[in-house]
Design a protein around this ligand. Structure first.
Ligand code: CA
Length: 303
């Protein structure tokens, strides 16, 4: 009897290990480097774009320190500021409120009394398949100096727009029509994730982080951390997305046909403010981030 119990015990342990390994493989990072901004940084060339979104020139300004593995880009005009960029440490004044989500460093981009449309990109080589791109972000947009609260008079909830995106053709212009963008986040003061699920036939792809602010508030700061890109089986998506803390309350169901992948059923549980196909071969789910957008949203993708 004792022998049988022992055997069952080891079989259970073995099955748990297999399940864990499968989950880890599904989450395996796909060539993205320095997604947590824990490596070094330097004064690398910055890609400057016109207000219309055309590439203009490369610049190497002292105010922009780019994390290793990434390229900083921004629009530049009378209206759009050249932002300041730096990797920030988990040390004062970034502890209260916490501007580093995990590890010892995060990435800060900001403009004073100016609007900006700016971010970062990185090229990766991908196998054909489905991918989940996630980045954690929050803004501090304020007309005052209390770093705990985004505020102004009048306050505009639609002040900050945060996105993750991908160009599966490997292009490096964030303003090109070939970039697939997530739905926008309007995330303030506390980190929350933005997701994009996309499909690629394989080859070079470019991952983008982007923030745009609407009004020239005194402080227009963005904080980014924990960017990850994982190849996923669509059926694995529920557990991965749900691990981001979303809840399942109300269920709505949306039938979708993604070009090239006919017959997929997309079920969204909770209160999604937007669900759409985005562009070709992408599923685009907007996760409610706070009371403004009604918290609680999960997703499943089934064939
Ligand atoms: Ca980090």
């Amino acid at each position: 009897m004792r022998r049988l119990i022992s055997r069952v015990f080891w079989i259970v342990i073995f099955l748990i290990l297999i399940a864990w390994l499968a989950a880890e493989l599904a989450r395996a990072d796909s060539g993205l480097v320095n997604g947590g901004f824990e490596s070094g940084s330097g004064h690398y060339p910055v890609a400057v774009f016109t207000e219309a979104g055309d590439f203009w020139f490369w610049l190497n300004p002292g105010e922009i320190t780019t994390p290793d593995g990434w390229t900083t880009y921004h629009k530049w005009s009378n209206e759009y500021a050249q932002p300041e960029v730096k990797v920030i440490p988990k040390a004062p004044p970034y502890l209260d409120p916490p501007r580093v989500r995990s590890g010892q460093q995060a990435l800060q981009l900001f403009s004073f009394y100016r609007i900006h449309d700016a971010g970062f990109y990185q090229r990766v080589e991908l196998e054909p398949g489905w991918y989940l791109l996630t980045a954690w972000v929050h803004a501090w947009c304020s007309c005052y100096n209390d770093p705990h609260h985004s505020e102004c008079d009048p306050w505009d909830y639609w002040q900050a727009w945060q996105y993750v995106g991908v160009d599966t053709s490997g292009g490096d212009n964030p303003f090109a029509s070939s970039v697939l963008w997530s739905n926008p986040g309007h995330i303030y003061d506390v980190y929350a994730p933005i997701h994009l699920v996309f499909h690629t036939g394989g080859g070079s792809a470019t991952v983008f982080l982007r923030s745009w602010v609407k009004w020239p508030y005194l402080h227009n700061d963005m904080y980014w951390d924990d960017v990850s890109l994982a190849q996923v089986e669509p059926l694995f998506l529920p557990s991965i997305l749900n691990s981001s803390g979303v809840q399942n309350d109300v269920q709505i169901s949306v039938q979708m046909d993604v070009q090239g992948v006919q017959g997929w059923t997309f079920n969204c549980t909770g209160l999604c403010t937007q669900v759409n196909t985005g562009r070709l071969n992408s599923l685009n789910v907007h996760f409610a981030q706070n009371e403004h957008e009604m918290q609680g949203c999960g997703a499943t993708v089934k064939r």
